[in-house]
Design a binder for this molecule. Structure first.
Ligand SMILES: *Cc1c(COP(=O)(O)O)cnc(C)c1O
Length: 352
C-alpha cells in the first residue's frame, strides 16, 4: 500500500496522474516513442505546452492580457527574475517579510535596487502574518508570499496597492479561489501543487514588461520567453507534461472551487485535533493558519519518540518539521486524500 504522503515538496500528486505520466514515458500518445525522447518542437509536444498554458488561464479565471510561461530554475530563479524585469534602474521595491522564502526573495532584489521591508514577522519566528504596515508610494512593485510553506502561515487578504503586485504562490496556487487578476505577476515552483520539480509557472500581465530601462540577458527576460511561446530553449518536457495532467485532473474534479472545499475540510479536521488534544500545540497564529502546511509541536518533547513511532507505523511519510522550526509539519496539498488526514488524526488520538 502507498504511504500517506505529507511531504512538503516535492510532494504528493494524484495517483492517476503518476500512472499517465509513467505510461507517456514508455509510449507517448500512441507514437511508439517516449515523451522524453521526441522533439519539443514536434506537433505533439507543442500541443502539450499550449494545453498546459491554457489550462492555467482557465482554472485561475484570468482575463485577457495575461500570459503563462513554464520556465526552469525553480521559484528561486524567480526571486531574481522578478526584480530584473520589474525594478527600474535606480528603482525601489517593497517586500513583506513573512518567512524564509520572502527573505530569500528580497535578498536577490537588493542586487537590483532599493528594497523596503514594509513589515516582518521575524521577531516571533515567522509565526504570524504582519497586518499593520503602510505601503510606500514610490515603488516599482510590492512582493508577497501567499503561503509560508515552512512556518504554516497564509495570507487571507491581499493589500490594495497602486504599484504592481507580485506574489510567490509556490505552495498554495490552485488550492483556493482568489481574484487572481489583482496580481500583476504570479510565480510558483511546480513541485508543491502542480507537478514534478523542474518547471516553474510564471503568470504575467503583458503590459507591465519592458519598462525598466535595463538590458536583460535573454534567458532571464520574460519578454524573450513570451515571444517564443515559452519555448525559447528546450522546456522541461516531463515536468510540463505532468503538470498539464494535474491541471486536467483538477479541471475534471470541478476546478478550484471544488478542491478549495476539500482543502478546507482537511485543514479543519487536523486543526481541530491540534486544538483539542493536550499533547499538541499549533505553531502559527490562529487567524493566519495555512490550509496547505500545518505546523505543530508536542507540548512535552519527551513524547517525541513515542509519537514518531506511532506515525511511522501508520504508514505516514514526511511529517518532520522543517529544520528551522522543528516539531511537525503536515503538508496537505490538493492530491492528499482526506483519508490520510484521518489516519494522522487517529494516530494523534492514540498518543497518551
Ligand atoms: C519551495 C518554495 C520556494 C523554492 O522553490 P524552488 O523551486 O526550490 O526554488 C519558494 N517559495 C516558496 C513559497 C516555496 O514553498
Amino acid at each position: 500500500m502507498k504511504k500517506h504522503n505529507f511531504s512538503a515538496g516535492p510532494c504528493i500528486l494524484p495517483q492517476e496522474v503518476l500512472k499517465k505520466a509513467a505510461d507517456a514515458v514508455q509510449n507517448f500518445s500512441g507514437l511508439e516513442l517516449s515523451l522524453i525522447e521526441i522533439s519539443h518542437r514536434s506537433k505533439d509536444f507543442v500541443e502539450v505546452m499550449e494545453n498546459a498554458r491554457s489550462l492555467v488561464k482557465e482554472l485561475l479565471n484570468l482575463p485577457d492580457g495575461y500570459s503563462v510561461l513554464f520556465l526552469q530554475g525553480g521559484a528561486s530563479m524567480q526571486f531574481l527574475m522578478t526584480s530584473y524585469n520589474l525594478m527600474k534602474v535606480d528603482g525601489k521595491a517593497a517586500y513583506l517579510d513573512t518567512g524564509t522564502w520572502s527573505s530569500k526573495a528580497l535578498k536577490e532584489a537588493k542586487i537590483f535596487g532599493e528594497v523596503a521591508v514594509i513589515a516582518s514577522s521575524k521577531d516571533k519566528g515567522y509565526g504570524y502574518i504582519p497586518k499593520d504596515y503602510s505601503i510606500p508610494n514610490n515603488i516599482d512593485y510590492l512582493h508577497l508570499t501567499s503561503n509560508n510553506t515552512i512556518f504554516g502561515t497564509q495570507l487571507k487578504e491581499f493589500p490594495k496597492t497602486h504599484s504592481l503586485l507580485v506574489c510567490d504562490m509556490s505552495s498554495d496556487i490552485f488550492s483556493r479561489q482568489l481574484d487572481f487578476s489583482q496580481f500583476d505577476l504570479i510565480y510558483a515552483g511546480a513541485q508543491k501543487n502542480m507537478g514534478p520539480a523542474g518547471a516553474t509557472l510564471v503568470i504575467v500581465k503583458d503590459e507591465i514588461l519592458g519598462k525598466t530601462g535595463r538590458k536583460i540577458p535573454s534567458m532571464l527576460d520574460y519578454q524573450v520567453h513570451l515571444s517564443k511561446d515559452s519555448m525559447f530553449n528546450t522546456p522541461p518536457v516531463f515536468a510540463v507534461y505532468t503538470s498539464m495532467l494535474t491541471l486536467q485532473w483538477l479541471k475534471e474534479k470541478g476546478g478550484i472551487s471544488v478542491i478549495e472545499k476539500e482543502n478546507e475540510v482537511k485543514a479543519a479536521l487536523l486543526y481541530a485535533e491540534i486544538d483539542a488534544n493536550p499533547h499538541f500545540q499549533g505553531f502559527a497564529a490562529k487567524e493566519d493558519r495555512s490550509s496547505m502546511n500545518v505546523t505543530f509541536t508536542l507540548t512535552d518533547e519527551s513524547k517525541s519518540k513515542e509519537f514518531d513511532k506511532l506515525w511511522n507505523e501508520a504508514g505516514i511519510n514526511g511529517l518532520k518539521g522543517h529544520r528551522s522550526v522543528g516539531g511537525y509539519r503536515a503538508s496537505m496539498y490538493n492530491a492528499l486524500p482526506i483519508e490520510s488526514v484521518q489516519v494522522l488524526v487517529d494516530v494523534m488520538k492514540k498518543l497518551n
